[in-house]
Write a protein of this length. Structure first.
Length: 757
């Protein structure tokens, strides 16, 4: 078999800019009642328990709840011109966001754009070099002997590297080599309990080894994990009981932990700035379920229903065990399941809630990918939209409305459809006429890099491993530095590889370069990929054609197997199991959306002009709530879309306001991975790595310039981010001269970067 041995999604979380055609037709069919705001004077449901002791200091004084939701790959724009976009097919959600707040349609991902990195960047407001996971959903780690292994990005916040390697750094490593600050801390310090379901690294991701760390090696919880692993090969009931769900408790008498002391366990953050002593948490559905009205079932967990009245059942119980386990349903969690759990937590006095919702692109019944307009895809969007209709109605009955709640909804990244743009029948829209895709007309293009290199460069013998991806990271044995001869040879060869792409040339196919862009350790540092753990930095990263998924395999290729379809090269096959690629550099992948709804949000409808990225979500949230982190964000408050009362008086209008916007815009384009500076330096890096000039002079000259520009960028970005933090959270005015000077310096650096390519 020539396809990559380990797919990014396997064993982990699964996982366009075009006219908004079709949206009106879909929205017109929506009952008028769903178009109305949910704010108002609806009575509080009898089951709702008010949160006491939670002191959010929002400037409006009215925000009492926070609901933050993130989708896996839900698109605002269309993937096929005849098929309405994902959000157009979810009018309950889309209308709520557009009619009650602002939807920014020009938000951007970091690099690499994957679920873990994107969610963690949104949660923390910092890029991967500061939270530790720029390469995800798994990543390579160099061992002490120079070889490398893969580790999972999904691990509880305080876990070490989640794999068998010689690396002992935390998964969430900060630039000092310690555990990065946790996102729930400002809330619990303010007396607010924080609940989460399936949100990256906020809750137990792996019962082994997390239960041992939480409860101790001699605890009955850990002994049960070991017994289940011994009997079944995995921790079946323990996974259902403890994974994916958590409540981080405040230190108040009314907190969920204080009210249920027998269910609580220590919430340890040993490296948290300012300390974090004496806090507790409720880990897993086995504990949280009891607090939010669930029913314990001896030997089977705790039964909690989703929005449709169906119990959450774990996928961990296999048919050979013959049991139904109630609890966490797995990280492919549906809208009805996540929203039901969020509503339960809110109704039982947990005012801050986070939730993750699975993608709609995959047929979660068959396990195969679906294309735009395909029946399973459309049906899942319809089910998710129905769940949001039920969710908003239920919240309104609870008195949880736009008048007292901050809603933040986003997608973790966009993704690129690898398949035909001509499904049948011609002109199908999916909603009224289902689209179908014949075998060989849908699927990512899997490339066996080992075999392709041997075909086109027979003398290539470099020993390396690959983190398989549309943007594969290459780890050369021995961890050579940038510019080493062994690295330069492989970089040049990869930059020259050609491969057949059946989706190129309007589905007529073409032989195209494998590589679109390439970054070695110098450019990876500019792109915020160098963490506090030096063993994680790849030798280089190849941002491939987004139709391709690149991994390793046999040195001699034999063509497709199973459901795969062949191409003109036996090292390249069409794999229908996956058809939505991300991680790469492409507008449809890196251009995303985020919606903010609630008091203090001034813009209404779609904001298509404000350039934002995922680091901006956290500081905007904190400013609207009157809280702050104990570190400086890489983002900025989205002042275009919130009340200007959040700014110092002098900056709210006129020339000062315009100057501030110009500075913030320049800062984002300078520091964001897919801003002007980042894309320009990536283009220059590609030119350098692919160059074959005598003495490698082109490479060396460009690399020297990149080092110089990167150093200047880092220094200027640090000054600007610190000043913006002081303005946004301390009311400190930035001198007008500094605003103009920094804006000019940022623009000058972008010009210099553009001239390199």
């Amino acid at each position: 078999m020539n396809t990559p041995a380990v797919h990014e999604a396997t064993g982990m979380r699964r996982k366009r800019r075009s006219a908004f055609v079709g949206a009106i037709a879909v929205l017109a069919a929506v009952p008028a009642s769903t178009l109305l705001p949910i704010g108002g004077t609806a009575a509080v449901a009898a089951t709702t328990t008010p949160a006491t002791g939670c002191a959010l200091n929002s400037p409006t004084g009215s925000i009492k709840h926070v609901i933050s939701l993130v989708f896996d790959n839900l698109h605002f724009t269309q993937d096929n011109p005849n098929v309405p976009s994902d959000l157009a097919q979810m009018p309950n959600l889309l209308n709520f966001m557009e009619h009650n707040g602002v939807l920014l349609s020009d938000e951007h991902t970091p690099l690499i754009a994957h679920t873990a990195d994107d969610i963690l960047t949104t949660l923390t407001g910092v890029y991967g070099d500061k939270h530790g996971q720029p390469v995800s959903n798994s990543y390579g780690v160099f061992n002490s002997n120079g070889t490398s292994g893969l580790a999972s990005s999904f691990a509880y916040w305080t876990d070490p590297v989640a794999a068998t390697t010689t690396d002992t750094s935390p998964t969430m490593v900060d630039p000092n080599g310690t555990i990065a600050p946790a996102p729930w801390v400002p809330f619990t310090r303010a007396g607010c309990d924080v609940g989460a379901i399936a949100t990256a690294n906020m809750e137990v991701e792996n019962s082994d080894p997390d239960i041992k760390a939480i409860y101790g090696a001699n605890s009955p919880q850990w002994k049960e994990v070991l017994a289940e692993e011994s009997k079944y090969g995995y921790a079946d009931l323990s996974d259902a009981n403890y994974q994916g769900i958590i409540v981080h408790c405040a230190k108040t008498a009314s907190s969920a932990c204080a009210q249920n002391p027998s269910l609580a366990a220590p919430d340890k953050l040993p490296s948290e700035p300012g300390g974090y002593k004496g806090y507790e948490a409720l880990y897993g559905n086995v504990n949280v379920g009891r607090v939010i009205g669930g029913t314990p079932v001896p030997g089977q967990g705790v039964k909690v229903n989703d929005l449709n009245g169906q119990p959450l059942t774990s996928f961990y119980a296999s048919s050979d065990i013959g049991k139904t386990y109630y609890g966490f349903p797995g990280f492919d969690v549906s809208a009805a399941q996540t929203l039901g759990y969020v509503a339960d937590m809110q109704e039982h006095g947990i005012p801050i809630t986070y939730g993750y919702i699975e993608d709609a692109h995959d047929d979660h019944t068959t396990g195969s990918a679906a294309g735009p307009g395909q029946a399973a895809y459309v049906a899942q969007l319809k089910a998710d939209d129905a769940a949001f209709g039920t969710f908003f109605t239920r919240l309104q009955h609870d008195g949880i409305t736009t008048a007292n709640t901050l809603f933040i909804v986003s997608s973790d990244e966009g993704d690129h459809f690898a398949g035909t743009q001509h499904p049948v029948p011609a002109g199908c829209d999916g909603v009224t006429i289902p689209c179908t895709y014949a075998k060989g007309k849908i699927g990512e293009v899997d490339v066996n890099l080992t075999g392709l290199l041997k075909e086109q460069f027979p003398k290539e013998s470099t020993a390396f491993s690959v983190h398989a991806d549309s943007a594969p990271n290459v780890y050369i044995n021995g961890n050579p530095p940038a510019g080493a001869a062994v690295a330069r040879r492989l970089e040049r060869d990869m930059g020259a590889l050609l491969a057949p792409d059946p989706w190129a040339n309007n589905d007529h196919g073409a032989t195209v370069p494998l590589t679109n862009s390439m970054a070695d350790q110098v450019e990876e540092t500019i792109l915020h990929m160098k963490t506090g753990d030096p063993n994680r930095l790849p030798t280089f990263t190849d941002f491939a054609n987004p139709d391709f998924y690149v991994g390793t395999g046999p040195s001699t290729c034999s063509g497709p197997t199973g459901s795969e379809t062949g191409t003109s090269d036996p090292c390249v096959v069409i794999n229908p199991q996956y058809a939505w690629n991300h991680g790469d550099v492409a507008p449809e992948i890196n251009t995303n959306w985020v919606a903010v709804v609630g008091r203090g949000v001034t813009a209404r409808g779609v904001d298509s002009t404000t350039w934002a990225d995922e680091t901006d979500v956290r500081p905007t949230m904190m400013a609207l709530l009157g809280l702050h982190d104990d570190y400086i964000s890489d983002g900025r408050v989205l002042v275009e879309d919130v009340s200007r009362a959040l700014l110092p008086t002098v900056d709210r209008n006129g020339e000062r306001y315009s100057q501030l916007l110009a500075l913030e815009s320049a800062y984002k384009q300078l520091n964001a991975d897919v801003g002007v500076f980042g894309l320009a330096t990536l283009q220059a890096s590609t030119k350098a790595l692919e160059s074959t000039s005598p003495g490698d002079e082109t490479y060396r000259a460009i690399e020297r310039a990149l080092v110089r520009l990167g150093s200047k960028r880092d220094a200027l970005a640090a000054r600007i981010s610190e000043a913006l933090n002081d303005l946004e959270f301390g009311g400190e005015v930035i001198p007008s001269g500094a605003v103009q000077s920094w804006t000019n310096q940022a623009n000058a650096l972008m010009v210099q970067a553009s001239e390199l390519g």
